[in-house]
Design a protein around this ligand. Structure first.
Ligand SMILES: Nc1ncnc2c1ncn2[C@@H]1O[C@H](COP(=O)(O)OP(=O)(O)OP(=O)(O)O)[C@@H](O)[C@H]1O
Ligand SMILES: [Mg+2]
Length: 306
């Protein structure tokens, strides 16, 4: 079979879709229904991982990761790599654990008392979950932007330089430089440069979201986590954020949650499909969208399910 070269999704020639691989389930389970039904029954299965994901240098590695909220298990044995300098999209129906997984990367789930985890994640080879990890330092290396823009109730300038202020930076020229570079990096400089001292809360939703991205990149993180960053934005603001993601990749490794299949196919290099807390299939985005190995993945990305 011919694998479409990476990045050529729009120009891809018509494909001869190979027969779908049967979900790797014991025969008795497979006979009793499809993969989704087997997962609903709690059967074990093996994630389908495409070969091309193995050649990349990972910035983030998730290994056999499980999470429980009290008695309820929300993540089941997730193993995943986020390649360095690339965009990885997390897709799947509502409630499948995308935000939960994202929050585990910077240990935000530590803030929820009922949460228990097992397994590990590593950032550039260093464990995120081992005893003694400095969580404040970890969160500086892993920036996060949420579905709803959350600028702090302060000026645009102070929002951007917030992480430097926390670190005690007082040199005005350093702060000015970081402010400008971060706003430029987030595609917001031209709109913000004449109103840096105005309240960030007076900006439009799309501007606020780009401001949150500027605030995240001002800390020079290794990884940027984006949880449905465009879901509250109009198509024009969404397009700007997508352009921005394209510009930021390479410099940053990005893990993005999205419900928008066009966005996942346009903006990401790799795609991970989750269902009910399991990672179902993981591979290069063009393979996941054009040649998924599992029928269930095809049904989801083509909108026949979910
Ligand atoms: N703080 C919490 N306490 C208890 N259960 C939670 C908590 N947060 C999430 N859950 C549960 O964990 C599961 C996964 O939720 P999560 O928010 O990660 O899903 P999601 O894939 O991000 O969904 P959506 O696409 O709707 O944002 C759901 O069953 C949810 O009810
Ligand atoms: Mg979510």
């Amino acid at each position: 079979m011919t694998i479409t070269p990476h990045g050529s999704l729009k120009k891809a020639p018509p494909l001869t879709i190979p027969p779908r691989q049967a979900a790797r389930l014991p025969e008795s389970d497979a006979a009793a229904g499809g993969l989704f039904e087997a997962i609903q029954r709690g059967e074990a299965f093996e994630t389908v991982v495409h070969e091309a994901t193995r050649g990349e240098k990972p910035v983030l590695e998730v290994s056999n990761f499980n999470l429980w909220y009290g008695e309820a298990q929300a993540l089941h044995d997730i193993s995943l790599v986020c390649p360095d300098g690339k965009v990885t999209a997390l897709i799947g129906p509502s409630g499948c654990g995308k935000s939960t997984l994202l929050r585990c990367v910077n240990r935000m789930n530590d803030l929820i008392d009922s949460v228990r985890v097992s397994g590990d994640m590593t950032l550039n080879g260093e464990s995120i979950y081992t005893a003694g990890v400095d969580v404040i330092e970890l969160r500086k290396r892993i920036g996060m932007v949420f579905q709803k823009p959350n600028p702090f109730p302060m000026s645009i300038y102070e929002n951007v330089v917030y992480s430097l202020r926390i670190d005690g930076e007082r040199d005005r020229s350093v702060l000015d430089e970081v402010c400008e570079q971060s706003l430029r990096g987030a595609g917001l400089w031209d709109e913000a440069k004449d109103r840096l001292q105005s309240s960030a809360l007076a900006m439009s939703g799309g501007q606020q979201q780009r401001l949150c991205i500027a605030r995240a990149i001002a800390a020079e993180p290794d990884v940027l986590l984006l949880d449905e960053p465009c879901s509250a934005l109009d198509p024009i603001a969404t397009g700007r954020i997508e352009e921005l993601i394209d510009e930021l990749k390479g410099t940053y490794s990005i893990l993005i949650v999205t419900h928008n299949m066009q966005q996942a196919s346009r903006a990401s290099d790799y795609t991970a499909f989750m269902y009910l807390g399991r990672l179902v299939e993981f591979g290069p985005t063009d393979e996941i969208f054009l040649q998924p190995r599992l029928k269930e993945t095809e049904d989801y990305v083509t909108g026949r399910f979910g």
